[in-house]
Design a protein around this ligand. Sequence first.
Ligand code: SF4
Length: 402
Amino acid sequence: MRPSGHVPLTVGGEVRSAADAVARAKSPRFRAAYVHVPFCRHKCHYCDFYSFVDDQDRGEAFVRRLEEELAAAGSFLREPLETVFVGGGTPTMLPPVLLERMLRAIRRELPLRPDVEWTVEANPETVSEEIAATLVACGVTRVSLGAQSFDPALLAALERHHDPASVPRAVARLRSAGIRELNLDLIFGIPGSTLVQWREDLSRAIDLGPDHLSAYGLVYEPNTPLTVKLRKGMVTRLDEEIEAEQSIHAVDALAEAGYARYEISNWAKPGCECQHNLLYWENADWWAFGPSGSAHADGVRWKNVPRLSDWLEDGPFSPVQDVECLGEDTRAGEAFMLGLRLMRGIGRSRVTELLAMGERGGERAQAIKRHETTGLLVWRDDRLQLTARGLMVADSVLAELV
Ligand code: SF4
C-alpha cells in the first residue's frame, strides 16, 4: 500500500539528478552514505535487488564514475558522516585493486567521523585473505556476510552457490585481518526446510561468535523468478506453522546465546547494533551512490536510475527517478512504521507529535487504542512498543498506522 500524502515532485523544474533532489530539501542533514555495487557472480532467484552478472567487465568504469560523484557530493556533506554502508550486489566481487580504489575514494572524498561505522557486504566465497586485508587497510570496521544457511540442500533451494565451509573460513580471515564487527545474515522459511534444520543453522551461526545476526523470513518479492516458480507450482511455500515455529525458535535461541533483539529481524551483542540501519529506522538523511541506490533528505526521497549503462552515462551526480516530496501525513505514517520495528518503540512525546501531523492522526490514535486492547501494542516505560504477539503480526499492525 502506498501511504497517502505523497506528492510527486514536479513543481518548479525538473529533478534530474541527486543534486537537484537535494536542492529541494529544506534543511538536509546527511548522517550516512550508502554505496550500491551492482555486480554478482550469479543472480539468486529470490533476489529483487538491482544486481547482475556483468559480462562486459565494467568494474573499472563503475569505480571511475563513482569517484566522480563522491568528489562532487563531498561539498554537500558538511558534517562528518556517522556511518557508511557499501552493499549490493556483492561489493567484494570487485577485483582487490578496484575494491581498494573505491574504498580509498570513499575515505578521501567523504567527511567521516573518526569513529565511523563502515560496513561492507560480502558473500563468504569472495573473502580471500587479500580482500580481508584490503578492507581493514582502507578503514572498514564491519562486514556483513550473507551466510543464509549452512545446509547445502537449502542453499541450493535459494540458488546460493557457496559451500557452507566458506562461512567459517571467511569469518576467520576477517577476524584475523582485524575486522572489529561481523554480521551474519540467515534466512528461514525456505521451501522444504524443517525446524530441526533451522535449529542447526542458528547453532552453527552462533558458534562462529558474530557480533550481530540478521534472521529474515524468505520473502516472495513480486517479479522474481522464485515468485514465478511459486505461481507455476514449481515451488511449494513452507507451511506457515513451521515458519512461525522457526521464527519463535530464533527469538529463544538468540536470547539464550546473549544476543538482544533490537529490531524485528535483527539481534546484536551489547553495543553492536548496526548504527547504519538504526539511522534508516530513525528516518535520518542519507546520500546514496551507485545505480538503484535510494536516498532521503528531509522529506525528499529519490532513487538513482537502476540500469548501470544509464547511470554510467550521466554525471557527476546520479541521474534519478521516483522523486517524492513527502507530505506531513506520509512522514508521520513512515515514522510509526519504522520506529515500531525497533524493540524500544517510540517515546510518548514523539507519538503525540506524530499524531498531530497530517490528516490521519485521529485514525491512527484509534488504531493504537484498538491494538492496546487486542494486546498487540503496549505502553512500556512511557514508550509505545509492539508486544511479543504484535511482533508476530507486525506487518498488519504497521500497515494500519502507516
Ligand atoms: S548474492 Fe545477494 S545481491 Fe547477489 S543475487 Fe544473490 S541475493 Fe542478490
